[in-house]
Design a protein around this ligand. Sequence first.
Ligand SMILES: NC(=O)c1ccc[n+]([C@@H]2O[C@H](COP(=O)([O-])OP(=O)(O)OC[C@H]3O[C@@H](n4cnc5c(N)ncnc54)[C@H](OP(=O)(O)O)[C@@H]3O)[C@@H](O)[C@H]2O)c1
Length: 247
Amino acid sequence: MTLQGNVALVTGASRGIGAAIAKALAARGAAVAVNYFGSEAAARAVVDEIIAAGGRAMAVRADARDRAQVEAMAATVRSQLGPIGLLVLNASIGFPMTGILDYPWEGFEAKLTGELGAAFHGCRAVVPQMLERKGGSIVAITSGLARNPGWGFVAHSSAKAGLEGFVRALAYELGPMGIRVNAVAPGLTLTDATAQIPEQHKQAAANHTPLRRNGRAEDIAEAVVGILEAGFVTGATIPVNGGGYVF
Ligand SMILES: NC(=O)c1ccc[n+]([C@@H]2O[C@H](COP(=O)([O-])OP(=O)(O)OC[C@H]3O[C@@H](n4cnc5c(N)ncnc54)[C@H](OP(=O)(O)O)[C@@H]3O)[C@@H](O)[C@H]2O)c1
């Protein structure tokens, strides 16, 4: 799978890990659609940075949880950049953080349908374009919390574990059509999503990690680029966590 000249759609690419993935893909010669939901200015800044560096990019708004919006986004990207060959399912779907006895069912349900809906709608909209190209590569951003529990993360762990099952099911089904599907599971990574975590906790996570630091968005992007390219890897979940398996 060559990135040069390919077309990538990265969901939730206005900030954090998604923004780093968009820039990394553009640096390797892919034309990149930078999806955003609420942060238009940030998405445009990512696009401007890519274009200033000599790359090709566009910003496109859609709520990744909404089927009609995702289908319209895929059609817009196709008409402006060409058929999509690379899809990164990264949009961050929020969730309440509390113990199971207080957990609001509505919050649990919204996380599950949001996370899995975003993956379902993204693939349903983009896979036909990949078939036109006679191949493609999909990476879903899951989480170490899919396998290693943390207090308050019941919805997140459940949704990300579901996403890993989705990845394996699609890898099985789409492999014969030349489409690979993998998951990248970050550990604690320094983005807006983790900005509220106390410094002490971040340090503890780093101390539990053989590489003795927290992840950076660029670390995750580097792994995503590698797995998008790796032609004989499918149905895999790649932990990107500095060797730390707790966070
Ligand atoms: N940070 C970590 O420690 C960590 C660890 C494991 C896994 N992850 C996973 O990595 C992914 C990225 O997380 P992050 O830390 O980079 O988060 P972040 O810095 O909070 O950024 C979240 C991104 O998701 C977008 N987004 C939110 N809701 C959306 C929606 N409904 N439709 C489309 N886009 C939406 C945001 O767009 P707008 O701002 O435009 O709304 C933003 O670009 C997530 O899937 C997260 O679960 C993160």
